[in-house]
Design a protein around this ligand. Structure first.
Ligand code: NAD
Ligand code: DAU
Length: 348
């Protein structure tokens, strides 16, 4: 029997695939990934040649291909991570977000419905805390019963996919479980997201773009902690349930950026001047959610999960990882990346 991991060449997917291939040698781990700009086979290079690992390039909406993979590999579990994942890109052009996040999830659910009898198999849908919208400074953290209130095309498309997953459980009895997680950081994150953008630009001596007043708050979680939660929820989560996953670690963006600057100064030396001097306030993101915070009591009480990494240590090891992987960083920042960067930041 085999497990299918969609989006396994992306940031969280590639970290998860490393864990699964190593932890479950008796399971074949089949990665399906379209290798969009965010997918990178280099992220999985260390698994090349492993007996229980297969990579297939393809789109989750290609039903003939996905059906064939289910049949050929006797897929009895799906970790669904494939998505368009970047909020700023969704604001520029939402089409791919509806295509992959909504239609793609629907298509996978339909294949699972055809191939599995009710109660058979396992479908883990990996989603985001952004579906719950934005919190005020004194609001309690998001729980699994917080009403949905997505504010960006990205979060709206993820909310739609969550609803499809829920409906396929109640209507067709597909054995689903959904996780809604907060902001991840760690190795292999594409340098369009805040922490790798800041590391890249700080190393290159370029401006560090802060949207708005820099006081938007995110709840940061080290990616390895997220992957441990996914492994646990996949195996032990109750069918049809939702589990919130978070770091219990709320930090304003400006503070994160300052921390990264200080870490790089400490490791590489400050150069001509401290990297904090590169901090540049730019026009805010439209619809920018002010604060996210996750209450992860349910996954903790039911399944015994809690983040194992301490934030400052994990941030330091992440910065060190990017310093060691400058070739990888360089390869991400290709022509298409520069085009996106221009469009998002120039004249902002
Ligand atoms: P990512 O953008 O790094 O990776 C997405 C992967 O999906 C890429 O490898 C890409 O090639 C692939 N993909 C995109 N469209 C596809 C398609 N149509 N068919 C097949 N593959 C396709 O994303 P990520 O940050 O690793 O996020 C993974 C999942 O976790 C997403 O569903 C995201 O919504 C969710 N999530 C992310 C975070 C975070 O902080 N990054 C937090 C919570 C939840
Ligand atoms: O909360 C989970 C979500 O976290 C995931 O579902 C998304 O896939 C993931 O991209 C992330 O979304 P955010 O929009 O929170 O992440 P991002 O790294 O783009 O931005 C983090 C914060 O930093 C946000 O408040 C916007 C701000 N920011 C971001 C960038 C790229 C800046 O101030 N400057 C920047 O250049």
């Amino acid at each position: 029997m085999s497990w299918l991991v969609t989006g396994g060449a992306g940031f969280i997917g590639s970290n998860l695939v490393q864990l699964l291939v190593n932890r479950y040698p008796e399971k074949r781990i089949v990665v399906l990934d379209a290798l969009t700009y965010a997918g990178n086979l280099e992220n999985l290079a260390s698994l090349e040649g492993r007996e229980n690992f297969r990579f297939v390039r393809g789109d989750i909406r290609d039903r003939a291909l996905v059906g064939k993979l289910f049949d050929e590999h006797a897929i009895d579990g799906v970790y669904h991570l494939a998505a368009e994942s970047h909020v700023d890109r969704s604001i520029m052009d939402s089409g791919a977000f509806i295509g992959t996040n909504v239609e793609g999830t629907w298509s996978l659910l339909e294949i699972a419905r055809q191939r599995w009898k009710p109660g058979e198999g396992r479908f883990l849908h990996v989603s985001t805390d952004e579906v719950y919208g934005s919190l005020g400074p004194d609001d309690p953290a998001f729980t699994e019963t917080t009403p949905y209130a997505p504010n960006s095309p990205y979060s709206a498309s993820k909310a739609a996919s969550d609803h499809l997953v829920r409906a396929w459980f109640h209507t067709y009895g597909i054995n689903v479980v959904t996780t809604n997680c907060s902001n991840n950081f760690g190795p292999w994150q594409f340098p369009e997201k805040l922490i790798p953008v800041v590391i890249c630009n700080a190393l290159a001596g370029k401006p560090l773009p802060v949207y708005g007043d820099g006081m938007n708050v995110r709840d940061w979680l080290f990616v390895e902690d997220h992957c441990e939660a996914l492994d646990l929820v996949f195996r032990e989560g109750r069918a049809g349930e939702v589990y919130n996953i978070g770091g219990g670690n709320e930090v304003p963006n400006l503070r994160i950026i300052e921390k990264v600057c200080d870490l790089i100064d400490g490791i590489c030396g400050p150069g001509a001047s401290p990297r904090r001097e590169l901090i540049t306030f730019v026009k805010d993101r439209p619809g920018h959610d002010r604060r996210y915070a996750i209450d992860f009591t349910k996954v903790s009480a039911e399944l015994g999960w809690a983040p194992a990494h301490q934030f400052d240590d994990a941030l330091r090891s992440t910065v060190e990882w990017y310093l060691r992987h400058d070739k990888w960083l360089h390869s991400c920042r290709s022509g298409a990346y520069l085009e996106y960067y221009e469009k998002n930041y120039t004249g902002r």
